[in-house]
Design a protein around this ligand. Sequence first.
Ligand code: BGC
Length: 284
Amino acid sequence: MEVKLFSIELYMKQEPNNRLIKQTCIVTGASSGIGSAVAIAMAAEGANVVINYHSDKEGAEKTASTIDKLSNAGSTIIVQADVSKEKDVERLFKKAKTQFGTIDIFVANAGIQIDAPIHEMKLEDWEKVLSVNLTSHFLCAKLALNTFMEQGVRTDVSRSAGKFIHMSSVHEVIPWSGHANYAASKGGMAMLMQSICQGYAKYKIRCNSIAPGAIKTDINKEVWQDEEKLKSLHKLIPYEEMGVPEHIGNVASWLASDASEYINGTTIFVDGGMTCYPGFSMNG
Ligand code: BGC
């Protein structure tokens, strides 16, 4: 079955929602795929968006030019940073604050996969994935928490002092033997997210994760470009189709808005039912 991407026209046809007006959102890894869709969805709600990228400048510019076409979007800036490096994260926050004054939403999205069976995995590939996928979330959360606590609740824009969203994966609960570094980073992320909620909810800070299933992006193109592999992937998804980045963008913008105010310390799975283990429907 063909996966149809939503289009910018679809956003443009919708009534502007403006749920994030006068708020600023940083999205890491916003030069492609899920990160780009999240940045666009936040902008479609009226937010200013800080588009972070690591190496794909052109991709970041494409995200920005798509946002420019939206009628109600705030402003954008593009900031290069390696979010696994503390100095880079500090620079990212500084640029965002200097440009927009406040930071209200942070989406820690940047992530990588370097796959190998566990008995063959190189230590450097284990460490690289843990540092980009998990340590970066600690570094970003540390600065975001300080920023949100310092700002407090800006009652004219939101009932929360700040919203932190981790981009997780179904592999925070589904073991993945050929990708153990990735699965471990996502499992660790769940505990980081809940620990943040436990400690900082009293400051009216909300921290949640979104766990995408198989979303059609570059990270898994090796699977969806191959008909046989795609067929067997569909067997793992009760909904029998892959998701598209906009599915995640739409959940992220809602999760950043007051419409989801009382949700805190939770992972929202956006996976077409993948975590319902369809292989067990008759057997097991
Ligand atoms: C991974 C994808 C994979 C999906 C389902 C995601 O977190 O990045 O490569 O297709 O999980 O297994």
